[in-house]
Design a protein around this ligand. Structure first.
Ligand code: SF4
Length: 327
C-alpha cells in the first residue's frame, strides 16, 4: 500500500504556566495534553476526516503533522521520510508538498495584498517562477477556482470578496504549489451554508486532478462524510475510532461516535433505535480522567473503564475502535 503519511504515537503537550506560589512549593510541572499519542496512516489520494468536538486536539494534530508546531513525541513519516525532527532548512522543500487551508478565510489573507499577488506569492517565495510566470500561473489558478474574469479578480483586494470567494483564493494559493498533501482545518465552517457544497466540490476536484491526499479536520460528521474516504473520531487527544466512512456511519462502535451521530439530524434519522446521549462537556486536557478518558460522560461506563485505558480493537478490515465493551 502506498501511504503518503504515517503518524506514529504523535504527542503534543503544552506546559501550563505555574504560579509563583506553585514554583516556591516546587509543584510538579503540568501539561495540556492536546494530542496524546495518535497513530494513523493516509494513503496517496485518500481523504481522512479527523472529527471531534472543539478542544479535542484535532487542530493541534493537523498543525503538528505539518511541523507548524513542534511535536513533543512520536513520529511523522511523510513520503517515506521521517520529518519529525529534521531542521527547518531541510524541511522547506518538503513543506511545498504539504499545505494547509485554515478555517478563517478573512484572517488568512493580507488585506493589503491583491488577490492575484497573494496566489502568486508562494511561487516567488519558493523560487519556482519569476514575476511574469507567477502572474500567468496565478491567473490560470483564479480561473481554475471559478473566480472569473480572472484579470479583474487578480486586481481585487480581500475586502472586495465574499467569504466563499476568499476561501477559493486560499485554496488557489495552496494549490499553486501542486502539493501532495493538504490539511484542511475546518475549511468550510466559517462559510455561508449555501456555499459549502461548492467549496467541498472544488477540493474534491483538486483531489482527483492532483491525486491529492487530505486530512480534513471538522467538528461536523455530516460534512466529513461528504468528502472523506475514512473517518477518525478524536476525543480528548486520542483517536477512539477509525474506519471507512460507510463502516463508521452504518456500524459505529464507540459510544462517543454514536453520540456524535445522534447530534446530526440527517444521520440520526437513520439510527433512531440506537440513541446514545452523553452528559456534560469535554473535560480540559490538563486533568485527563484515568482509564478510558471518556468514562465521566459515557452512559455505559463500567468499573474497568475508570482504571484501564482501552486498546484499539479491530472490528472489521480497516475499522478499529477503543472501548472495553468490544472485548
Ligand atoms: Fe464507555 Fe467504558 Fe467504552 Fe470508555 S471503555 S467508551 S467508558 S464503555
Amino acid at each position: 500500500m502506498d501511504y503518503i503519511l504515517n503518524v506514529k504515537d504523535l504527542k503534543k503537550y503544552f506546559p501550563v504556566r505555574r504560579s509563583f506560589v506553585e514554583i516556591l512549593k516546587k509543584a510538579p510541572e503540568r501539561y495540556v495534553r492536546a494530542v496524546d499519542g495518535i497513530s494513523f496512516k493516509i494513503k496517496r489520494g485518500e481523504t481522512l476526516s479527523l472529527i471531534g468536538e472543539s478542544g479535542c486536539g484535532k487542530t493541534t494534530a493537523g498543525r503538528t503533522i505539518l511541523r507548524l508546531i513542534e511535536p513533543t513525541g512520536g513520529k511523522i513519516i511523510f513520503n517515506g521520510k521521517d520529518i519529525t525532527k529534521i531542521p527547518e532548512k531541510k524541511l522547506r522543500p518538503i513543506r511545498r508538498k504539504m499545505q494547509i487551508i485554515f478555517q478563517d478565510p478573512y484572517a488568512s489573507l493580507s488585506p493589503k495584498m491583491k488577490i492575484g499577488e497573494a496566489i502568486a506569492h508562494p511561487l516567488l517565495i519558493h523560487g519556482l517562477a519569476d514575476k511574469e510566470e507567477a502572474k500567468e500561473r496565478a491567473l490560470k489558478m483564479l480561473k481554475r477556482v471559478g473566480l472569473t474574469p480572472e484579470e479583474e479578480f487578480y486586481e481585487r483586494y480581500p475586502h472586495h470578496l465574499s467569504g466563499g470567494q476568499r476561501q477559493r483564493v486560499v485554496i488557489a494559493r495552496a494549490m499553486i504549489l501542486k502539493p501532495e498533501f493538504i490539511v484542511a482545518d475546518e475549511a468550510v465552517s466559517m462559510i455561508d451554508a449555501s456555499m459549502r457544497a461548492s467549496i467541498l466540490e472544488l477540493l474534491n476536484d483538486f483531489k482527483k486532478e492532483y491525486n491529492l491526499s487530505m486530512l480534513f479536520i471538522t467538528h461536523d460528521i455530516d460534512i466529513g462524510k461528504l468528502i472523506s474516504d475514512r473517518i477518525a473520531v478524536m476525543y480528548l487527544g486520542k483517536i477512539v475510532e477509525i474506519g471507512k466512512v460507510k463502516d463508521i456511519l452504518n456500524n459505529p462502535q464507540h459510544p462517543y461516535t454514536k453520540a456524535l451521530m445522534e447530534a446530526v439530524p440527517s444521520i440520526a434519522r437513520r439510527k433512531r433505535k440506537k440513541k446514545v446521549k452523553i452528559k456534560g462537556e469535554i473535560p480540559n486536557a490538563i486533568d485527563i480522567p484515568p482509564g478510558c478518558r471518556f468514562h465521566p460522560r459515557c452512559p455505559f461506563a463500567m468499573d474497568i473503564c475508570r482504571k484501564k485505558e482501552p486498546e484499539m480493537v479491530e472490528i472489521e478490515p480497516e475499522h478499529f475502535a477503543a472501548c472495553h465493551l468490544l472485548k
